[in-house]
Design a protein around this ligand. Sequence first.
Ligand SMILES: *Cc1c(COP(=O)(O)O)cnc(C)c1O
Length: 465
Amino acid sequence: MKYISTRGQAPALSFEEVVLTGLAPDGGLYVPESLPEFSRDEIASWAGLSYEELAFKVVSPFVDGAVPDADLKKIIADSYSTFRHKAIAPLVQTGHNEFILELFQGPTLAFKDFALQFLGNLLDYILKKRDQKVVVMGATSGDTGSAAIEGCRHCDNIDIFILHPHNRVSNVQRRQMTTVLEDNVHNVALDGNFDDCQNMVKASFADQSFLPEGRQLVAVNSINWARIMAQIVYYFYASLALGGPARPVSFSVPTGNFGDIFAGYLAKRMGLPIDQLVIATNSNDILHRAISANDLSKQQLEHTLSPSMDIMVSSNFERMLFDLYDRDGAKIAQMMEDFKTGAMHLDPKALERARELFASHRVDDERMLEVIRDVFENTEYLLDPHTAIGVEAARVTRRRQDVPMVCLATAHPAKFPEAVQKAGQTEDPALPHHMADLFEREERYEVLPHDAETVHKFMAGHLAC
Ligand SMILES: *Cc1c(COP(=O)(O)O)cnc(C)c1O
């Protein structure tokens, strides 16, 4: 399987190469040249497989022999052995035909563990085979950083540097990153906001000359194809648990960078009968405006109680545009260039296609808090703020009561005590057992100014592997 850029100007890459890179040199994102498709019968034959067995079935056509089957199975097994719940992605019912898919059973309590535990192990395997060392660099507003650190902490050939905005992530989120004390883990608190962190990372990828000879930067945000790939699996898993593929299932996805829901779209293209795919946004609603009003214009970023969805421009939407425009790379390059200075509008055919594929809804903080309260009153089940947005969007946009609606629970409520308290809970939700002593653990991080030279000097001077 080859991987091509959404802007059509970069050479195609192998699976191994695509895992080890970030953006394509033409500024695009990599996607598989073609998608594997599974028949209904084949999918039906997977009923009853464990999460790990199913992951192998779904992922192996993309890997396409680049990792031998036995090794791929071991990478998958290792990646999900760190999850607390034996089902890996358990379902909980919260209403008539309404289910919560708990994607927060991994080490850092957010769904990002599904992709980043896998990516860490995959990178470790590939790098050992190639006898190569790399530097992982990323910016985080919260959940990505800790999941990436947990994914890479035991990798011998990786130094990981995660930049977070100083004093602007929650205490739980910061401590999940800064209490990991392995030598190859480097936390930088940057004086600035999340955009400053992200710009610093972008500039570093553009000019990597500060690194020693032979080292390169690797991206672990959701522009990395392997992350999207790993996320396709749980759509199949939930569907099979609820009577698929004989019966269609719908999904509602709290959306920020469009990575998670894009994986759902791929599952559908690969043959999984999905009725509705609901894009749930908070007040940063560019994707909802895009679908409902054909308005893809940047607006001022709002800080909400669902911070992991506080994103102005969703980078993975470019992968979707590529398909909406029949994979016309030149067209996408032109649209993204125009978008830099203004807004984007879909042409009628692309818009119609997008509306056939996705429903969308926007939920503000006030309504989100009501939903946490309402679901707790009726079921004693406590939602995190991101998940609550997905539940509300599902309830508003749902068109068929006879089709199971699966709401993706992207984080554990204990990660967001502020929102949960505002929703009327008198006590903070308890952290799971393995994190109960989080606030007693030693922290290590470096506060650095928003200055590329200082950050690069720090990085070059602290490589541990
Ligand atoms: C990252 C994240 C999201 C958004 O996911 P995307 O793939 O960026 O759309 C939603 N909820 C939580 C808790 C997250 O950490």
